[in-house]
Design a protein around this ligand. Structure first.
Ligand code: NDP
Length: 449
C-alpha cells in the first residue's frame, strides 16, 4: 500500500494501527475505505467535526470466548470463539459466522467492518457484525460438528436476539451448522425465535433462495456492470475461484445467464473443463460427498486438475473470486489483464489485494468490490427475517426477483455515488461512500453513539 492518505484521514488510520496492532486484514479493510473518504469530508465537514469515522472504526462490542468440546474418541479440544458487534446504527448486528483455522480477531474485525457498509448498501434495516471460530471442520464427523456448535452457542446465545444480533453462515458454516446452533439457541433461550439466525432450513424458518443468494447476487451485479457498458454476460468465458456456497451458485447463475464457466477450485487446486463445468457433478462432490475438487476429473476425463497453482492463470473474460481474502494479488491481476479479462466481481470478502485493484483500475477492467457485489447474501438474510416476522414463506421466484431488484438498486447507488464524488465508473468509491454516508447520517441523528 503506497498511496498516501488525505491529511485529515492519515491520523485516523495511524490510530487504528496503534489500537489494533497486528490485525493486518482489519488495517487493510479500514485503509481501503479511508482512501475513498477525502471528498466526503470536504463535502460534509460535520462528519469530521463529530468524529464519525473514528467512531465507525471502533466496534461497539467485541466478545471473545472459550469453546470446549469433545471429539468422537473422547479427547477434549479448546477453540476460541469471536463475535464482533460492530455497528447497530441501522438495525440489529447482522453478519456471518466463519469456522476456519485461520480465524482470529483481526479477520473477524475486517469482515465485521466491511459488513457495516455492505448492509447499509442493501437499503435494509441491518447493522454490521461478524463472528466465528478457529475451529477446523474439515474431516470432523456430524456428531463432532454438532457438539462444537452446541458448545459455541451455550456461550453466545446470551449476546444474540432478533432485535440484537442475528448471525448467519460463512466459510465452513452452512445449513447443517446453522441447524445445530439454532437448536441449541432454542434450548438455552427457551424461545422459538426464528429470526435469531439466518440461513435456516426450509422446514424450520429458512428462506427460499438464501443458499443461492450470494452467488446469484454477484452475477446480477456483474450483469449490471456490463449493461452499463452496453455489454452482457452472453458468451463470456468465466473463471470462479472456490467451490463452496458462493462459488457454486455464482457458477449456476452465470451459466443460466449465458456465460461459459470453465474453471473452479478449492484450497487444494483448480480444475479446468474447457467444455464447460458440469455443475451437478461439482455439487455432488462438494455438497453431498464433501470431497476435494480433484475428484471432478474421475468422472470428466477430459478435464484437468492443477494443484497449488493460481486459478487466475486460466484465460477468461470474467473472473469471480469466491473463495477467501487476498486470494488475488498483483501478479494474478497482471495475468488476468494480459489474458484479456474485462470484469472482476468479488463474491468473496476482500479477495483482491489493494495492488491488484489498482492494476485493474489502470487497465480499465470493470471491478465490483465485495461490499456491493456479494451483498445479495445478507440482503436475502434480511428477507428471511422479514418472512419470519410475518410467519410467511415466499416462493423461490418471488424471493429471487426481490434479490435481483436489490442488486440492481445497489449497482445504481454505487454507480451514481461514484459519479457524484468525481470517480465515474469506480465502484470501490461508489460502494464505500454510499454505504458510509447512510450509516453516518443515522449515527448523527442518534446523537453521540
Ligand atoms: P464455503 O466454506 O462454502 O466455501 C469456501 C470455498 O473457498 C471452498 O471452496 C474453500 O476450499 C475455499 N477456501 C476457503 N479458504 C481458502 C483458503 N485459505 N485458500 C484457498 N481456498 C480457500 O464458504 P462460502 O462460499 O460461504 O464463502 C466464500 C467467501 O464468500 C468468503 O470470503 C465469505 O466471507 C464470502 N461471503 C459469503 C457469504 C455467504 O452467504 N455464504 C456472503 C457474503 C460473502 P476448501 O473447501 O478446500 O477449504
Amino acid at each position: 500500500m503506497n498511496r498516501t492518505l488525505d491529511e485529515r484521514l492519515d491520523p485516523i488510520y495511524r490510530d487504528v494501527l496503534r489500537r489494533n496492532a497486528g490485525e493486518e486484514e482489519f488495517h487493510q479493510a479500514v485503509r481501503e475505505v479511508l482512501e475513498t473518504l477525502g471528498p466526503v469530508l470536504s463535502k460534509y465537514p460535520e462528519l469530521g467535526e463529530k468524529k464519525v469515522i473514528q467512531r465507525i472504526c471502533e466496534p461497539e462490542r467485541q466478545i471473545i470466548f472459550r469453546i470446549p468440546w469433545q471429539d468422537d474418541s473422547g479427547e477434549i479440544h479448546i477453540n476460541r470463539g469471536f463475535r464482533v458487534q460492530f455497528n447497530s446504527a441501522l438495525g440489529p448486528y447482522k453478519g456471518g459466522t466463519r469456522f476456519h483455522p485461520s480465524v482470529d480477531l483481526g479477520i473477524i474485525k475486517f469482515l465485521g467492518f466491511e459488513q457495516i457498509f455492505k448492509n447499509a448498501l442493501t437499503g435494509l434495516p441491518i447493522g454490521g457484525g461478524k463472528g466465528g471460530s478457529d475451529f477446523d471442520p474439515k474431516g470432523r464427523s456430524d456428531d463432532e460438528i454438532m457438539r462444537f456448535c452446541q458448545s459455541l452457542m451455550t456461550e453466545l446465545y446470551r449476546h444474540l436476539g432478533e432485535y440484537t444480533d442475528v448471525p448467519a453462515g460463512d466459510i465452513g458454516v452452512g445449513q447443517r451448522e446453522i441447524g445445530y446452533m439454532f437448536g441449541q439457541y432454542k434450548r438455552m433461550a427457551n424461545r422459538y425465535e426464528s429470526a435469531v439466525l439466518t440461513g435456516k432450513g426450509l422446514d424450520w424458518g429458512g428462506s427460499r433462495a438464501r443458499k443461492e443468494a450470494t452467488g446469484y447476487g454477484t452475477v446480477f451485479f456483474a450483469q449490471q456492470m456490463l449493461k452499463a457498458k452496453s455489454d452482457s454476460l452472453e458468451g463470456k468465458t468465466c473463471v470462479v475461484s472456490g467451490s463452496g456456497n458462493v462459488a457454486v451458485y455464482a457458477m449456476e447463475k452465470a451459466i443460466q445467464r449465458g456465460a461459459k464457466v470453465i474453471a473452479c477450485s478449492d484450497s487444494s487446486g483448480y480444475i479446468v473443463d474447457e467444455k464447460g463445468i458440469d455443475l451437478d457433478l461439482v455439487k455432488r462432490i462438494k455438497e453431498v460427498e464433501r470431497r476435494r475438487i480433484s475428484a471432478y476429473t474421475e468422472s470428466r476425463k477430459h478435464a484437468k486438475f492443477v494443484g497449488q497453482q493460481p486459478i487466475w492463470e486460466v484465460k477468461c473474460d470474467v473472473a469471480l473470486p469466491c473463495a477467501t481474502q487476498n486470494e488475488l494479488n498483483g501478479k494474478h491481476a497482471k495475468l488476468l489483464v494480459e489474458n484479456g479479462c474485462i470484469l472482476v466481481a468479488e463474491g468473496a470478502n476482500m479477495p483482491t489485494t489493494p495492488e491488484a485493484i489498482r492494476l485493474f483500475r489502470d487497465a480499465e477492467v470493470l471491478f465490483g468490490p465485495g461490499k456491493a457485489a456479494n451483498a445479495g447474501g445478507v440482503a436475502t438474510s434480511a428477507l428471511e427475517m422479514q418472512q419470519n416476522a410475518s410467519r410467511d414463506s415466499w416462493s423461490f421466484e418471488y424471493t429471487e426477483q426481490r434479490l435481483e431488484e436489490i442488486m440492481v438498486n445497489i449497482h445504481r447507488r454505487c454507480y451514481e455515488t461514484a459519479e457524484e464524488f468525481g470517480s465515474p465508473g469506480n465502484y470501490v468509491v461508489g460502494a464505500n461512500v454510499a454505504g458510509f454516508l447512510k450509516v453516518s447520517r443515522a449515527m448523527l441523528a442518534m446523537g453521540l453513539i
